[in-house]
Design a protein around this ligand. Structure first.
Ligand SMILES: [Zn+2]
Length: 313
């Protein structure tokens, strides 16, 4: 049997065995969830380091060109500062409390956390339940995507979109940042998927979705700024809605905006009423946009059909 036939056999096995397909997606996504935890924690730190270094460099250039001694003295020299390498793979994960290096056995998604009873094996410092929760949610959402779209290339694309949404939602919740390093490549990937006819959205609908997605929030932002003098959202939010427009088409944008406003106001009002949160603290909009985008990805067509039926009957 040559490789091609065995691949074909394997494909027909997965195709006829949905349980095997879905459990493979579940296990793979648990590991992706573990990686997302790393991205969620490290990417904002990496960005802030980068901005800080850029600022220091800019200030030192400024003072080099200036004869004024005071300007020269107050600037930091980036060469003097020894910076340690910090990226997604280096250094290895450590316990934030005692510095104990996490071993491979302690790094198994969900299971290690349960086995360690949510504590560091060296110093028994508690490990946040958020880590296994992110892994579990990533796996469950991914299975939902795989179940909805079945075995086709678009499923893989939709999984990448889902994983990015999870990372963006939590990073925005934590730091009020929506990193361009995620939004921009995933936005263009959405356009590419329609260009290659991998997604069911036409290229026209994708590009218009991108433009209207960005433009609509940008206009709301400008209007809000004129009326109240405050900045209600960040530019990351515009890019996130542009991304969703590129993936799901401009026709999905009203539903996404409606859903995110609905979820956002329910959560926002509950936070103010139940937890006594100060209503002047800005609430990041990214998590709601991301949730609304995911709901449209899975149930968008059904919601639109139900709505149309309700209107017609
Ligand atoms: Zn420890």
């Amino acid at each position: 049997m040559d490789i091609f036939t065995s691949l074909l056999d394997f494909y027909s096995y997965i195709d006829s065995n949905t349980a095997f397909f879905l459990s493979s997606v579940f296990l793979l996504s648990l590991m992706i969830g573990s990686f997302l935890n790393v991205v969620i924690y490290r990417l904002p730190i990496m960005l802030k380091c980068e901005w800080k270094n850029d600022c220091i460099e800019f200030l030192s250039e400024l003072s080099d060109s200036n004869e004024d001694k005071d300007v020269k003295n107050c600037s930091n020299n980036p060469q003097e500062e020894k910076t340690e390498i910090f990226n997604l793979s280096v250094p290895r994960s450590r316990c934030p409390s005692c510095g104990h290096q996490i071993t491979a056995l302690e790094n198994i998604p969900v299971i290690s956390w349960l086995f360690l009873k949510g504590k560091c094996s060296a110093c028994h410092h508690p490990i946040s339940i958020r880590y296994p929760l992110v892994e579990l949610c990533t796996a469950l959402f991914s299975v939902l995507v795989a179940y909805t779209y079945g075995i086709q290339w678009f499923t893989l694309a939709a999984l990448i979109l889902t994983w990015s949404m999870i990372a963006l939602a939590i990073i925005d919740f934590d730091t009020q940042l929506l990193p361009d390093d995620i939004t921009l490549p995933i936005m263009w990937l959405g356009v590419l998927m329609s260009l290659l006819s991998i997604s069911s959205i036409t290229l026209e609908s994708s590009v218009i979705g991108l433009m209207i997605g960005y433009g609509s929030l940008w206009s709301i932002y400008q209007l809000f700024k004129i009326l109240t003098g405050k900045e209600g959202m960040g530019f990351g939010d515009f890019k996130l809605l542009a991304l969703l427009g590129a993936w799901l088409g401009w026709q999905s944008l009203p539903l996404i905006l409606l859903l995110s406003a609905l979820v956002g106001s329910i959560v926002g009002i509950s936070l103010i009423l139940l937890l006594g949160r100060d209503k002047n603290i800005p609430i990041p909009f990214g998590p709601y946009l991301a949730s609304a985008g995911f709901i449209s990805l899975i149930w968008g067509e059904q919601i639109k059909h139900t709505y149309l039926n309700m209107m017609l009957s």
